[in-house]
Ligand binder design. Structure first.
Ligand SMILES: Cc1ncc(COP(=O)(O)O)c(C=O)c1O
Length: 466
């Protein structure tokens, strides 16, 4: 390779002649594509470190004997690909973080590290999940495909979904879980540098995903009815391309979108062209009625329904319906990958969704979760520990000091998730997320430990916060 034996550039050094020569050497053909390829190779080989400032468009154009437009085009494609980062008058820099970053996601689950009582998982109680294997033994092979180009939705599932969708979807598809849906929809809608609105707090893997694709995230505060309308309105002049929200059992805050709030948000969003991405990840274990902005904005809403909380995370299916353009682009892109989600698994899900005994069992699970939530919150109230969580399997608990609280709980053998993984910007207090759905007994012990954690935080001085 022509760039062998070149030392990596130190971050933040001004563009120099040596750098200019190095780039000129790496550019094999003087076209936008050739320039982009040369820079890209230098970055992947580690010869240009993250933070290196590149020569100006004019200087590089002069050196290569091409027009400034050609260099600008190369810069634009490298920026879109996430290799470069334009910083206004300061110049254009090599972007860092090309490694897949799942920092928040890993932090959400890593703190327990094998503690005896792990309430950090965000997963349903295995005792309350219907028997998926028994359902598998009841399905026939009907609808199982031998074609690579069939529609990705099993016809029986399509019919069932359309009968129960909260609005008339322009298109429907099935993918491998709500997170897969968020990933695929994000790829279809969000570009490097796009602004997006998310709830603050929200689901850490979504924040990691948005960071990875180079989106600029704008946090919108939540109240008991969903995202605060005024905050959404105030952000619209920034021209966000998407609003992500959770329909019910918001993870971590436990709120659900009210019908009134859905209407108010839809009204405000008339003034924009953004895509609404609704994540109903909790599905049937949520207690609140399902409402959707798709009722008002059907061509701009993508509604996702997850099944992991109801039937266990190993089924890992989600249906996605609404805005035709987005869903068709998800399907088209998937043709270049797995194509569709196993129809055999879709048949198992149809079986689960239509079996009377399973339906009753799911309703029972939802009311058991509600009981656990209610009982545990009463224990917390009695100890002066503030929590929110009206729906779903998680609670969002206020603590004066996140790190001290995690340490205090770990000493009592209890694992929970650090609230900082869930926020786009700090809230008025630190928090923990605790999966109360797993707390079938031991509530008193956990409530005592949380009260200790709060007291430790109130006493603390000078302990590093995070
Ligand atoms: C808000 C939210 N979205 C998506 C997911 C992922 O769901 P799935 O297992 O269907 O991928 C979760 C899982 O906890 C979640 O809490």
């Amino acid at each position: 390779m022509r760039v062998a034996n070149v030392k990596p550039r130190r971050a933040q050094t001004p563009a120099s002649n040596a750098l200019l020569e190095e780039i000129a050497l790496a550019v094999i053909e003087p076209t936008a594509r050739g320039i982009a390829g040369g820079i890209s190779r230098l970055v992947s080989a580690g010869h240009l470190e993250a933070g290196t400032r590149l020569p100006t468009v004019r200087v590089l154009a002069n050196r290569l004997g091409v027009s400034p437009t050609t260099v600008s085009q190369a810069w634009q494609s490298l920026t879109r690909a996430g290799v470069l980062m334009p910083q206004g008058r300061s110049g254009t820099f090599v972007r860092g973080g090309r490694v897949v970053g799942a920092g928040r996601t890993l932090r959400t689950y890593e703190s327990p590290g094998g503690l005896p009582l792990d309430l950090s998982t965000g997963t349903p109680d295995p005792e309350l999940v219907p028997d998926v294997v028994a359902a598998l033994s009841r399905v026939t092979g009907e609808g199982v495909t031998t074609s690579y180009v069939d529609r990705p939705v099993l016809p029986a599932f399509d019919e069932l979904l359309r009968a129960n969708w909260p609005f008339e979807p322009e298109a429907l598809t099935v993918v491998n879980g709500a997170m897969d849906a968020l990933d695929r929809v994000t790829t279809a809608v969000v570009r490097y540098g796009s602004r997006v609105l998310v709830e603050n707090p929200c689901f850490p893997p979504l924040l990691d995903l948005l960071e990875l694709v180079g989106a600029e995230v704008i946090g919108v505060p939540l109240d008991d009815e969903g995202p605060v309308v005024e905050a959404v309105r105030a952000a619209l002049p920034l021209q966000p391309v998407a609003l992500y929200l959770q329909s019910r059992a918001q993870n971590p805050a436990g709120t659900s979108l009210s019908a009134v709030r859905a209407r108010e948000l839809a009204e405000v969003l008339q003034a924009s062209s953004l895509v609404v991405v609704e994540d109903d990840h909790a599905g049937e274990v949520a207690g609140a009625p399902l409402v959707s902005l798709g009722t008002y904005l059907p061509t701009r809403t993508v509604h996702i329904r997850g099944y992991s909380k109801t039937y266990g995370p190993d089924l890992r299916l989600a249906s996605v319906g609404g805005a035709g353009g987005v869903i068709e682009s998800v399907d088209a892109r998937r043709l270049l990958g797995p194509g569709w989600t196993s129809r055999l698994l879709q048949a198992v899900l149809v079986e689960l969704l239509t079996d009377r005994a399973v339906i009753a069992q799911v309703a029972e699970a939802s009311s058991i979760y509600a009981g656990r939530r209610r009982d545990f919150r009463a224990m917390l109230d009695a100890r002066g520990v503030r929590s929110s969580g009206r729906d779903g399997i998680n609670l969002w608990i206020e603590v004066p000091h996140e790190q001290l609280a995690l340490v205090t709980l770990a000493a009592a053998g209890i694992g929970v998730s650090p609230g900082s993984s869930f926020v786009t910007e700090p809230l008025s207090s630190d928090h923990l997320r605790l999966t109360v759905g797993l707390l079938s007994d031991a509530g008193d012990k956990v409530a005592d430990a949380l009260a200790d954690a709060v007291r430790a935080g109130l006493r603390s001085t000078g302990f590093p916060r995070r």
